[in-house]
Design a protein. Structure first.
Lengths: 689, 153
């Protein structure tokens, strides 16, 4: 079997599965109880393993196999996800991704994954954090060491103590997740209890606690002279203790405890947590969650996620389809002309019908090239998660409008600028947790990534609730870096100052960081978006956040343009750079230092002769007493361009002039008009010097 | 005997030229040409070739021959070389012949005023007809033209 024939399919599908793995892992991190997510992760991993083994990528298959083992345990509730497992799985995913990239680049997909495999195996064996899992495991069968119940001797001691009026407490302590010296904290608790009374029993055992063989919580039966409140507050005062609950035991609850123990023994599958009233309730909640998880799982299988049914098509074929279609359009126009000349009813009807069908067809053909922005957005949640972790910030990324569609060509180009903007928001926008709390904001920052349609454009916004742009700081830096002079700075509006951050070589970051801050980010973003025919603006309020809005044309292959005539020749001017059109008299033309200028809205702007720029063979506006002008703009510079005649506004299909004709002055491309003729598209930026 | 080569024969200023058939995309009648400003004078402009915009050059102008008005017989031969598609305006295109690669001789220094570097060689075929084989990548090489223009200026 020739594997090469399947390679591209393999690469496409692996990328899909890796993306699905990534997304689902992120979801699972938020809802660790939802087993249906684990199921779909498991399925993706399993398919990936099978595919890579078939294709002979052994390393890929073996790493996936190890990940699958871990997931299998989680799926069967034998293992509970924690941050260590998540991190290891994410690392595994990264390794898988780089292997697939290697295969894409023509490599063999081999990589050294022993470290990740080793940690995955230790998770499976359960010795990466020995005791932890047992305490949290729900199934009694998987936790044979479950001995929280008191033995006869301990029960009788407690009974006697209660009878003689002593206070007996059941204490549950939970240390913080990021606690470094768990054993030391446990010791401090025991020390406190020992000073004020006697410890009857602890779970896990004291030896295990000393060796740090516990997850985050431990429980203690103690006889103490202190009151319930006192005990609780003193334990809570020990640092790095997350939660403490102290329950006063009486004979009744002790009896319940023991009867629950009996019940647990009789039904080994049932929850084996001590029958302390509160805890029993917790166990019920736990069971409830499991039921709901099972239910949602059932729902997931009965109604599979709305995966659109697609086929993969080579983009060249789409281009060919588009070309053939535009030819058809040209023939249509000719047929319409002919039928109006011939004036035969059935011919006219047929042509009209064809016109309707072909305009429907046109819509479909144009839509074929549209891709949802999701294909760019889907890698951002993971990126933000990783960035936030490195920078030790808490950030939520909220994506809306991921189904907004854009032309394939724009989609391919928009990824990098968005990465820049998002990195900028994470690094410079969102504050650290301490700063946020100090400013009275929630400790988790939010970044909104929105996409939506508006007219012939698509807007993508990146908005965060961070510190906002510091106007004074921006001005100082801009003056220091020579972007503006001090005199200019005084006249700038707020918006203009915000736009300064897009200037080349500008960065207000005090420190240069890995993430951003070399001052090469935002100006690259701006030039990239401008080259796509788009625009980027920024809006900011100090202390409240910043919003970047990127405006993009719906498609690069079809643009709105103004068609104009220059003698016998026709040209197209992109509508996006036209300010307005008008007519001027010859007398209105001013001569300033040898240049021709005109008055336009309280400003004097240069007048450019298109016929001169294009060496027009049969038109010269000097001969006319009245001239049509098109006012164009490039950034904040304006110019008036003289033309012969306006034809009108039209949607045109962009065509390149081919490789033989490159760098033609003032011409950016060509289009084919309804009559089959080629018209050149004028590059307005070249007309403004 | 060398290999057989299928060649399109066209005429230009009373000479017969040949281009290998596999380099020729299509032969078209003249269609309206849109002028492209600010380029070499031999680049006549662009045409719409079934939805693709193709530049057209006048081979007479390219070879420094005197340009002539187009006639009923004028044709545009569209060739594809090095990822470029370019149309040549020729006086007429009328034949496809098989020639033997062994019969292609190296070109003499000057043939009808055309620099030898544009030529692949001279092929004899039929009853003593001579066919000038073009070296297409040199014909489409613009950097040499730019140098020439700079010399003239």
């Amino acid at each position: 079997m020739d594997m090469n024939a399947y390679l591209s399919m393999f690469i496409d599908e692996s990328n899909d599965h890796l993306q699905a793995l990534n997304e689902n892992l992120l979801r699972l991190e938020n809802e660790p109880e939802d087993l249906s997510i684990v199921q779909s992760i498991f399925r993706s991993a399993h398919t990936l393993k099978g595919m890579s083994a078939t294709m002979g990528f052994e390393d890929l298959a073996s790493l996936t196999h190890e990940m699958e083992n871990v997931l299998d345990l989680v799926r069967n509730s034998k293992l509970k996800m924690d941050s260590f497992i998540f991190d290891t799985l994410f690392k595994g995913l990264d390794a898988l991704e780089s292997m697939v990239q290697d295969i894409v680049a023509g490599g063999t997909g081999k990589a050294d994954v022993t470290a990740i495999v080793a940690s995955l195996q230790s998770i499976v064996k359960g010795d990466y954090k020995t005791a932890g899992n047992e305490a949290t495991t729900v199934s009694a069968g998987a936790a044979p060491g479950q001995t929280r119940l008191l033995d006869e001797f301990q029960t009788s001691v407690i009974q006697q103590s209660i009878d003689s009026g002593h206070n007996v407490y059941f204490i549950e302590v939970e240390v913080r997740e990021d606690c470094v010296l768990k054993a030391a904290r446990a010791y401090m608790v025991f020390d406190l209890l020992g000073k004020n009374g006697e410890i009857i029993k602890s779970e896990p055992s004291v030896t295990d606690l000393e060796q740090e063989k516990f997850d985050r919580s431990f429980s203690v039966f103690t006889i103490s002279t202190m009151s319930q409140e006192e005990l609780e507050s003193q334990i809570a005062a020990i640092s790095e203790i997350e939660k403490v609950s102290v329950v006063l035991l009486d004979l009744e609850s002790l009896a319940m405890l023991n009867s629950a123990a009996a019940a647990a023994e009789a039904a080994p599958a049932a929850s084996a947590v001590p029958a302390q009233p509160e805890i029993a309730a917790e166990a019920k909640a736990e069971a409830g969650k499991q039921v709901s998880a099972a239910r949602s799982q059932a729902a997931a299988t009965s109604a599979p996620p709305a995966v659109s049914r697609t086929i993969r098509v080579d983009i060249d074929r789409l281009d060919a389809l588009m070309n053939l279609f535009s030819e058809l359009l040209i023939d249509r126009v000719r047929l319409e002309q002919l039928s109006s000349e011939i004036r035969r009813n059935d011919l006219t009807e047929t042509v009209e019908h064809m016109t309707r069908v072909s305009s429907d067809l046109q819509n479909i053909v144009l839509k074929l090239r549209m891709v949802p922005v999701d294909s760019v957005f889907n890698r951002f949640p993971r990126m933000i998660r990783d960035l936030a972790k490195t920078l030790d910030k808490k950030i939520d990324l909220v994506i809306t409008g991921a189904d907004t569609e854009l032309d394939r060509t724009v989609i391919d180009e928009i990824g990098d600028p968005l990465v820049h903007l998002l990195r900028n928001s994470v690094d410079h926008g969102i504050e650290t947790v301490e700063e946020r709390l100090a400013a009275g904001k929630p400790e988790t920052g939010t970044i909104h990534l929105r996409a939506y349609h508006s007219g012939n454009h698509v807007f993508i916004e990146v908005e965060e609730d961070g510190r906002g742009i510091n106007r004074e700081k921006v001005l100082q830096t801009a003056i220091k870096n020579g972007v503006v002079t001090e005199d200019q700075a005084k006249q700038l509006t707020n918006e203009e100052i915000h736009m300064l951050i897009f200037a080349a070589g500008f960065s207000t970051a005090d420190k240069i960081s890995d993430i951003s801050g070399r001052g090469v980010g935002l100006d690259v973003v701006k030039s990239k978006i401008t080259s796509l025919g788009g625009n980027v603006t920024v809006d900011s309020a100090l202390g409240r956040g910043t919003k970047f809005a990127v405006q993009l044309p719906l498609t690069l292959s079809i643009i709105s343009a103004m068609l104009i005539k220059l003698g016998s020749e026709k040209y197209a001017i992109p509508l996006s750079s036209i300010v307005e059109t008008g007519i001027i008299q010859k007398e209105q033309i001013l001569h300033v230092h040898g240049n021709r200028m005109i008055h336009f809205r309280n400003a004097v702007i240069p007048l450019v002769s298109l016929s001169k720029v294009l060496d027009s063979p049969d038109f010269n506006e000097q001969m006319e007493s009245e001239t049509e002008i098109v006012v164009i703009r490039k950034g904040d510079k304006w110019a008036a361009v003289t033309v012969d005649e306006f034809i009108g506004q039209s949607e045109i299909v962009l065509k390149s002039l081919g490789k033989y004709l490159t760098n033609i002055e003032a011409i950016s491309g060509a289009t084919i008009l309804g009559d089959g003729q080629v018209a050149l598209i004028i590059d307005p930026n070249a007309l403004i010097k | 005997m060398g290999e057989e080569l299928k060649v399109i024969v066209f005429s230009l200023a009373h000479e017969e030229y040949g281009i290998e058939v596999d380099k020729v995309r299509t032969i078209e009648r003249l269609s309206p040409i849109t002028r492209v400003p600010k380029t070499f004078s031999f680049i006549k402009g662009v045409i719409n070739l079934r939805g693709i915009v193709v530049p057209v050059i006048d081979l007479r102008g390219r070879f420094g021959l005197e340009e002539a008005a187009t006639t009923e017989n004028s044709r545009i031969i569209v060739v594809a070389v090095n990822d470029m598609e370019v149309g040549f305006i020729v006086d007429s295109a009328n034949d496809v012949v098989d020639i033997d690669t062994d019969s292609i001789d190296l070109p003499p220094e000057i043939v009808g005023g055309i620099k030898a570097k544009y030529l692949r060689g001279i092929a004899k075929f039929g009853d003593n007809r001579l066919l000038i084989m073009l070296n297409l990548s040199e014909v489409l090489n613009k950097s040499e033209v730019i140098q020439l223009e700079q010399l003239e200026v």
